[in-house]
Design a protein around this ligand. Structure first.
Ligand SMILES: [Zn+2]
Length: 314
């Protein structure tokens, strides 16, 4: 009862602030600065949750979009023009349909109504993300870092693919380390996350990369359903995680562009929600067709009209 009363007063106070703020310009600015500069604001880790900035550091100032669409711009770059996708098949993927299913997926996500959601994000010059994705090529890595990968191990896998010349150093690229089900990522795969993305300087270039593990390792944690629309629970589960990390890598490649007060990036805000689904011939659920295949792909956050989760835009 007491807390209810407190809550009521807080709500009334905020409403009053809103009324005053709308009529008095400078006060509105002060109020919004107080909100966006709040020490409680978190920054993204790339793993789906936010963290407090290091002691003595403040979260970057939110430039635009504050509150209006539920996600804010913090001044960093987005990926402009065509986004290039590279796969690194890590571990043992012999005779696994994932290599075909996920290559088809990367070849067809660009230009889709789904990926078009990312065009609602832009940089400080008001240049918008494009709906162009190009799957370039893949390489393999047979356990160069063993079966237990650390975050640094994942970076080493990407770095070695680039420095060896197996893949080019492409600042418009997103490099996916895709691990087979016998490989663990020791910082929290299957317990804290199903995938993550970040960036690092490699060969003097700002390289964006992501880890996505085979969720056959932990179906209850990282697979939305035990039968996927393409008959591979692991690959079908990975498609949804790849989509998630790709759209975050495009709109927040260096973890300093688009995220909300809790440090959540666009896909984090809609993780594990799928919108309207339909049944495929093998009984699996799907929510979109890409290149003739059905997929069940998590929704993404639309940075328009107040902000909402969707499988397509407009
Ligand atoms: Zn995420």
């Amino acid at each position: 009862m007491k807390s209810g009363t407190k809550y009521y007063f807080v709500v009334v106070f905020i409403m009053l602030l809103g009324v005053v703020g709308q009529t008095v310009g400078p006060l509105a600015l002060m109020a919004s600065a107080a909100v966006t500069r709040n020490d409680d604001e978190q920054i993204p880790t790339g793993k789906g949750w936010g963290e407090r900035p290091a002691p003595g550091h403040r979260a970057p100032f939110a430039w635009r979009g504050t509150a209006s669409n539920g996600i804010s711009y913090h001044g960093g770059p987005v990926i402009l023009g065509t986004t290039n996708v590279y796969y690194i098949w890590y571990g043992n993927w012999n005779n696994n349909s994932a290599t075909t299913i996920l290559t088809d997926f990367a070849n067809n996500i660009g230009g889709s109504p789904y990926f078009n959601i990312n065009t609602t994000y832009y940089d400080k010059s008001n240049m918008h993300v494009s709906n162009a994705v190009h799957w370039v090529r893949s390489t393999t890595d047979s356990y160069s870092q063993g079966s237990n990968l650390s975050d640094a191990g994942v970076q080493a896998v990407v770095s070695s693919a680039i420095t060896s010349g197996r893949l080019p150093a492409d600042t418009n690229g997103v490099y996916f380390v895709l691990t087979s089900a016998d490989v663990n990522e020791t910082s929290g795969f299957c317990t804290l996350y199903c995938g993550w993305h970040t960036s690092a300087i490699m060969n003097l270039a700002d390289i964006k990369y992501a880890f996505v593990g085979n969720p056959d390792r932990c179906p209850s944690a990282c697979e939305a359903q035990s039968t996927g629309p393409n008959g591979s629970a692991g690959a079908d589960g990975m498609a949804s995680i790849i989509a998630h990390e790709l759209e975050e890598a495009v709109t927040d490649p260096d973890l300093n562009a688009w995220y909300d007060r809790r440090g959540q990036e666009n896909a984090d805000k809609c993780a594990w929600t799928f919108g309207t689904t339909y049944s495929t011939s093998n009984g699996a659920s799907a929510n979109m067709q890409l290149g003739g295949r059905d997929f069940l792909i998590q929704q993404n956050w639309v940075n328009a009209s107040g902000g909402y989760c969707a499988t397509s835009y407009p």
